[in-house]
Design a protein around this ligand. Structure first.
Ligand code: BG6
Length: 513
């Protein structure tokens, strides 16, 4: 989907702030290595880590090599590829709020420009918490390392781009403030707000499925669709990130970004072209029409949960409150499910069920579009037949694929009907291993392609939606947590959840610990 990176981008120096952190080891280093392995990383690209930890270049290289050995999708590590990449890795120790440290960094980058002929091209990658992003930007600007480019050139020399990892703010106000700062120093075309879900192959395939086939668009609206469901379920808990998660919660961590991004791709109008802004205009329109849930509507249409202790897949797991870094009385939600609407011509009246949760029965991200039932004449009138409505399911991960549910006649002399699935599994059709989301996204940053990154208005509109729920939660008495057992689908039955008339605050909870 979207602009593809056909031309080899110009080499840059990629400066990773927060380079000694987990993201660099698990995601960025393996992605850069795999790009190098596929010969997609421009020759001479230099990677410079910056962080508070005191490391030599050699120690940094060893760390990254270990990260690649542990987390790369391709194994074993190819020494030849590594040798070429490793000589282009450097590390600069420094703190985030000291201008002198940034001056030293700037000086070193200039020397690396001369040595590797990178022409002053820069990609600053902010793999740091939002509270230190602003000091870093101010210091970079103070030492002359940041310059506004209007617009930032694509696939050309002399570019300066800045990548921002999530979380991008923690509510509407803080996201706006961060955007104000960033936009005061950089042109929007230089800014790449990361949501790694957009780099996933199956997420890009949503638009291909919708717009490269003629059959779906005709049935993609409220006259035919009964409801839409977006689920991001995980069986894991906080995985050593309890401190971060406890001050964040799943609404901010997953629903505000990944889930709403999936929703925009499902619901948007066909864009006028594949240019970044044409696509982002349509996505922003969806978010503008997304019905805000406010006041009492939040209790009726949003349900939150937190897991207690129990078992997942036969394994005993601790309660959320007993996880490392989590406050013993924490009221942070690890599950959120909600029902809302998109009030535009295409979707008015169609409920959208959005759900994200940890310690659910399985890791499963999918989008399901349920169509209306047929009229109760002909087969529908047959008492013994339970006609299940058609459903198109896009399985984003892990068992990637698309399936369509429909009703078929059971062979035989009697008129027996059965619901069957027509399935397209990615793995058997495309046996080659897909690139990781971060490979696609890093390559797009290098080429200046912004379609798979969130624009300012998208981020703020998504926060507007999430913040009205957060504000209402703050006004309500503390929830009665924990309220679901690990390995269940959260604090509500599936039947009650997918019911347009249910008041979520008044239903029973079959999964209470
Ligand atoms: C991250 C969240 O953005 O996405 C994590 O911070 C979550 O809490 C992760 O586990 C899920 O990503 P993926 O690619 O494994 O679905």
């Amino acid at each position: 989907m979207f602009e593809t990176t056909r031309n080899q981008p110009e080499p840059s120096i990629i400066v990773i702030f927060g380079a000694s952190g987990d993201l660099t080891l698990r995601k960025l280093a393996p992605a850069l290595y795999n790009l190098a392995r596929e010969r997609l990383l421009p020759e001479n690209t230099v990677i410079t880590g910056y962080g508070r930890t005191d490391l030599t270049d050699q120690q940094f290289r060893e760390q990254l090599k270990e990260g690649i050995r542990r987390f790369s999708r391709t194994q074993p590590l190819e020494e030849k590829v590594w040798a070429d990449l490793g000589r282009r890795l450097f590390y600069q120790q420094g703190v985030y709020d000291d201008e002198d440290d940034h001056r030293r960094l700037h000086g070193r980058l200039k020397k690396l420009d001369d040595r590797f002929d990178t022409g002053g091209n820069r990609i600053f990658y902010m793999a740091i918490p939002p509270e230190v992003v602003e000091p870093v930007l101010h210091n970079l600007s103070g030492v002359g390392a940041l310059r506004r480019q209007t617009p930032c050139p694509e696939n050309q020399a002399c570019h300066l781009r800045v990548v921002f990892e999530k979380p991008f703010g923690r509510d509407l106000e803080s996201a706006r403030a961060l955007n104000d700062t960033i936009n005061s120093m950089l042109d929007e075309s230089q800014i790449f707000r990361m949501d790694h879900y957009l780099g996933k192959e199956t997420v890009q395939n949503i638009s291909v499925l919708r717009f490269a086939n003629s059959i779906f668009e005709h049935i993609w609206h409220n006259q035919v669709v009964r409801w839409v469901r977006v689920t991001v379920a995980e069986d894991i808990g906080t995985e050593g990130r309890g401190g971060y998660f406890d001050s964040t919660g799943i609404l901010r961590d997953i629903l505000q970004n990944h889930v709403l991004q999936l929703l925009t791709l499902i619901a948007m109008e066909p864009p006028s072209s594949l240019a970044a802004d044409a696509i982002r205009d349509e996505k922003a329109k969806v978010l503008r029409s997304l019905r805000r849930l406010e006041g009492d509507e939040v209790s009726r249409s949003v349900i939150r949960g937190q897991y207690g202790e129990g078992t997942v897949g036969g394994e005993a797991v601790p309660a959320y409150r007993a996880e490392k870094g989590v406050a013993p009385e924490s009221t942070t939600e690890t599950f959120v499910g909600l029902r809302t609407y998109i009030d535009n011509w295409r979707w008015v009246g169609v409920p959208f069920y959005l759900c994200a949760g940890k310690r659910l029965p399985a890791k499963l991200t999918e989008v399901a579009v349920q169509f209306k039932t047929v009229p109760a004449v002909l087969f529908g009138a047959m008492k013994e037949v339970n006609l299940r409505p058609n459903r198109l399911t896009m399985r984003i991960q892990p068992d990637e694929g698309v399936s369509l549910r429909f009703v078929s006649k059971v062979p035989g002399l009697a008129l027996d009907l059965k619901t069957v699935e027509m399935d397209f599994p990615y793995g058997s059709e495309f046996p080659a291993e897909s690139p990781e989301a971060y490979e696609r996204l890093l390559l797009d940053v290098m080429a200046g392609h912004a379609a798979l990154f969130a624009r300012r208005d998208e981020v703020e509109l998504a926060w507007e939606f999430a913040t009205s729920i957060l504000n209402e939660w703050e006004r309500q008495p503390p929830p009665d947590f924990p309220n679901y057992r690990p390995g269940t689908w959260g604090p509500i039955s599936t039947e009650d959840f997918f019911n347009e008339t249910t008041d979520y605050s008044r239903v029973g909870n079959p999964n209470r610990p």
